[in-house]
Design a protein around this ligand. Structure first.
Ligand code: GCU
Length: 442
């Protein structure tokens, strides 16, 4: 049975999404079942509901958060404290191995080549600003398995007046409708300027990568897309990569292209995303050292939220057939039998730590508008817990371990956090993100 998650109230401001067809649902169920068989699991614990009024609603009461102990990012598995850069390199290897095996899966060593083609160059205006937009397709070499075709969709927009390569904000987003006749996505909240205009006003450019063109956002698609292509149409093994890693791989390929485009300063590229794409943005930032800064929007569980914190969305939700495809197959084990979040070898603060020393901004909305599903405090606390690694590397952690008020940004250092007054969007935080990033892009 597919566990259908009622959408948290917070998500009503979200762009409409199209539910999977019955055929896709059946494919997803079959793949999820096949995974449980590989792992020799009879079933998984169901997750709590995202509907705050449901009898099994996810915990939203601070008083009911059970105590937990986080693994120490700065202690090696042999018990030794990280004391030198060399120790940290060794610890990073350990962390990547744990995240690869148990959480996000292993990106294959030999992924096929991508050849970028500019399919259209458009001179247009965004607000008052004259820009050049390139539509790009990244053709993935599929000689090894021609029945699966992967064409990565990307757009790049830079100010026409730029006289030198500009920094770029790359967003995981939606470019082309996923289905013919699909309605346009909702405009950003408020009446202010779009994030794209705000970026252009800084003299920078922006790019949008379509994650679905790299890897479908469902279990049914795991034998297609880049994951299916590498596996030659076969199902995943439990430590194979999930969609978050595949999307991150796509972002790295976009960066390869930027390195060849004279309009882009490829040393100053930010990765940004919201929600599932916020998770993808954080995974990208951790795994791809060429990204300069990360804007991590309302990423919740699987992103910046601490798994060990019993509040909002839980491991069981992510392990369910609706979301497991984001992760490695091995991850679902932690929603079965005697295993739970405390058994995870790593927690979200260590994913943030893997981005260090590069700047990361954790963004969320107001719990009163966005709801508690994303657990903004759990994201803040992960940021706090990643702090010692930033300090160790000579960078500024969050300046306080006390959860700030809504609208009170902690943006003085490489680790930044701000909870805006709106809902499930990055929207109101854009001006703060850009002002903060400007410090690092001087
Ligand atoms: C669901 C899911 C979240 C995810 C969100 C989104 O609410 O449970 O983990 O972040 O969808 O991507 O919109």
């Amino acid at each position: 049975m597919m566990i259908l998650l009622p959408l948290p109230a917070a998500l009503v401001t979200q762009p409409p999404r199209f539910g999977p067809s019955p055929e896709q649902q059946a494919k997803t169920q079959a793949d999820h079942k096949h995974l449980l068989e590989q792992l020799k699991l009879d079933g998984l614990r169901p997750g709590p509901s995202g509907d705050p009024k449901a009898p099994n609603a996810a915990n939203a009461d601070e008083a009911k958060v059970t105590p937990y102990t986080l693994p120490d990012a700065l202690t090696l598995k042999n018990g030794k404290k990280v004391a030198s850069r060399k120790d940290w390199e060794a610890r990073r290897k350990e962390l990547f191995e744990d995240f690869d095996r148990e959480m996000y899966g292993r990106t294959p060593k030999n992924t096929p080549r991508v050849t970028w083609e500019v399919t259209e160059t458009i001179k247009e205006k965004k607000g008052e600003i004259a820009v050049v937009t390139k539509k790009l397709v990244g053709h993935v070499d599929n000689k090894a398995f021609p029945s699966i075709k992967v064409d990565i969709q990307l757009t790049l927009t830079t100010p026409e007046s730029a006289t030198k390569p500009v920094p770029v904000v790359l967003e995981f987003g939606f470019i082309f409708p996923t289905r013919p006749g699909a309605p346009a996505f909702a405009p950003p909240l408020g009446t202010g300027k779009s994030w794209q205009e705000q970026v252009l006003e800084k003299g920078w450019g922006y790019a949008i990568l379509s994650p679905a063109s790299v890897q479908a956002d469902n279990g049914a698609g795991l034998r297609e897309g880049i994951i299916g292509l590498v596996n030659k149409g076969e199902p995943r093994k439990p430590d194979d990569w999930g969609a978050l890693k595949a999307w991150a791989w796509g972002a790295s390929r976009a960066l390869d292209y930027f390195e060849t485009d004279k309009d882009v300063n490829a040393k100053q590229v930010a990765i940004e995303g919201l929600s599932r794409y916020g998770k993808a943005a954080l995974v990208t930032m951790a795994y791809e050292p060429r990204f300069s800064v990360g804007f991590i929007g309302s990423s919740g569980t699987g992103g910046a939220k601490l798994y060990r914190r019993h509040f909002g969305e839980q491991i069981e939700n992510v392990a369910s057939s609706g979301e497991y495809h984001w992760m490695a197959g091995n991850f679902v084990k932690y929603a079965a039998g005697s295993l739970g979040p405390n058994d995870l070898p790593v927690d979200a603060h260590e994913l943030i730590a893997l981005c260090a020393p590069r700047p990361v901004f954790i963004s969320c909305g107001s719990p009163f508008v966005e709801g508690n599903w994303v657990d903004s405090k759990g994201q803040f606390l992960a940021g706090v817990a990643a702090g010692p690694v930033y300090s160790f590397l000579g960078k500024k952690p969050l300046p306080s371990a006390e959860m700030p008020k809504i609208g009170e940004g902690l943006t003085s250092g490489e680790l930044a956090f701000r909870q805006h007054e709106g809902g499930h969007t990055v929207g109101p935080n854009w001006p703060y993100l850009l002002t903060w990033a400007e410090r690092y892009w001087k």
